[in-house]
Design a protein around this ligand. Structure first.
Ligand code: CU
Length: 462
């Protein structure tokens, strides 16, 4: 494309991908998890079901993680080549070298028992070590399990690359967006059973199954997620005020659990806080919750049992009652109706890690809006940290806090959402373009090899 800068091409590819995604059907089929849960640096994990394997992603030209700790008894690596070139994994001092891993291929690579020590690993292909494909394998008796640290987080590895290598990696990541992954969470789920009473109110019944499934957070990063109904976030459940709600929780997890309705008014006995308001729901057991919906509400349903692991590992979903009113002041400014509703659930811990709606950039979902259309966003934080969420296109208006409509909307372009909080913000499409949308704690959004984690985009079209 003569006369076009790389930036132009990049922007065009974003648009092309955005158009393509409308037609993209993500098949909800189980992905094979041979070698399975990648031991992420994010800690957490719920213990059960995680195989003792670490996934090492090879790109052009980096290893992620670049620091790997294994026990002296040995370990299995899953080598995933996401680059365009052929790569190997070699530990010269231990005389270990993998077979060739072709672009797009994955192999398992055994590291047999070793003496404790610190060893350099590289890709032995000509020039690849010098370009950045180098890392450290630490073998220690105290390493009870396998862990990996992605050195791209925080202090980064800028020193090991030239500026042109950095630019090339950043462009490559940006052009992957939106990357296809298996599984999509958070879509609205209709009731399993529904009937109407004489007074016009509805009876609605849902059966929710808590279970562990493979979940692809970003291309190639498949973890053992703890879920409701097998997706992260769990399906959105929407009620009308006055609905007679019956929710049957079935527990197929290897631990007990309980279900709490965060931000929803329910009788105390249905608050889901075991062992106070109910017994824990044991593996194989079930529990029934019954209450009448009182709106408006912007809530979350999540675990309240070993919640510091069960929630970040995936057990959360939006639960809304009625819809938030638009303040008169904004109606006067042209915000007359909501054209699109978006729940954006933030997470930063457990096996899922830094993510928006259970996905990490470049696998996050892009959002589209035409000029003049209005999008209502419910930010919901189910992580362990606060996140200042920033949409580049100014300006948004906060219309509700924790599901309570505000008398006076307040302007925002960056909103600090602390764990457990929900904010409702209206954004109008103003100027056509691809507008970055991300957490503004910069290590939650950027690395020396490009954007990552809590990043997506709002695409405004004419
Ligand atoms: Cu953040």
């Amino acid at each position: 494309m003569a006369g076009m800068s790389k930036d132009d091409r990049s922007i065009i590819s974003w648009f092309a991908f955005a158009a393509a995604i409308a037609a993209l059907v993500v098949a909800v089929v189980g992905v094979s998890n041979d070698g399975g849960g990648s031991a992420s640096g994010g800690g957490g994990g719920s213990g059960a079901g995680v195989t003792p394997t670490i996934t090492v992603t090879m790109t052009d030209f980096a290893f992620s993680p670049a620091t790997i700790s294994i026990p002296t008894g040995g370990a299995k690596l899953r080598l995933v080549n996401e680059g365009a070139a052929l790569h190997n994994f070699q530990v010269p001092d231990l005389g270990l070298k993998s077979i060739d891993v072709a672009a797009g291929a994955s192999i398992d690579f055994e590291i047999p028992a070793q003496e404790a020590g610190s060893y350099k690993f590289i890709c032995p292909q000509p020039g690849h070590e010098g370009a950045g494909m180098v890392g450290t394998l630490t073998v220690s008796e105290s390493a009870g399990s396998i862990t990996g640290t992605d050195s791209m987080i925080g202090t980064g590895t800028s020193d090991s690359m030239t500026w042109s290598q950095m630019d090339a990696l950043m462009l490559k990541v940006a052009q992957q967006y939106p990357a296809a992954t298996v599984g999509k969470g958070g879509t609205v789920r209709p009731p399993d059973k529904e009937s109407v009473n004489e007074d016009g109110s509805r009876n609605v019944e849902y059966t929710i199954v808590a279970k562990v499934v493979d979940w692809e957070v970003e291309p190639g990063k498949v973890v053992q997620a703890w879920t409701y109904d097998g997706v992260v976030p769990a399906p959105e459940i929407h009620f009308n005020s006055g609905d007679h709600v019956k929710i049957i929780l079935k527990n197929e997890l290897p631990q007990s659990t309980s279900l709490h309705f965060h931000g929803i008014q329910v009788p105390n006995i249905y608050d889901g806080v075991d062992p106070y308001t109910e017994h824990p729901t044991v593996p194989g057991g079930e529990h029934i919750y019954e209450w009448i919906a009182k709106g408006p509400a912007v809530g979350i349903y999540h675990s309240h049992h070993n919640a510091q692991e069960q929630i970040p590992d995936g057990m959360f979903g939006a639960m809304t009652i009625d819809y938030m009113p638009i303040p008169q002041k904004l109606i006067d400014k042209g915000y007359t109706k909501v054209d699109k509703r978006v729940n954006m659930v933030l997470n930063d811990a457990g096996v899922i890690g830094l993510s928006l709606n259970g996905k990490s950039f470049p696998a996050t979902e892009p959002y589209t809006l035409r000029v003049g259309e209005v999008m209502e966003v419910h930010y919901m934080n189910e992580g362990l940290l606060g996140h200042p969420m920033h949409l580049h296109q100014p300006m948004g208006w906060v219309t509700a806090k924790d599901g309570v409509p505000l008398d006076e909307p307040t302007p925002t372009d960056t909103i600090w959402v602390t764990p457990g909080e929900r904010y409702t913000v209206l954004y109008m499409g103003m100027e056509p373009g691809v507008w970055a949308w991300h957490c503004h704690i910069l290590t939650h959004a950027e690395t020396p090899t490009g954007m990552k984690y809590m990043v997506t985009a709002l695409i405004v079209e004419r």
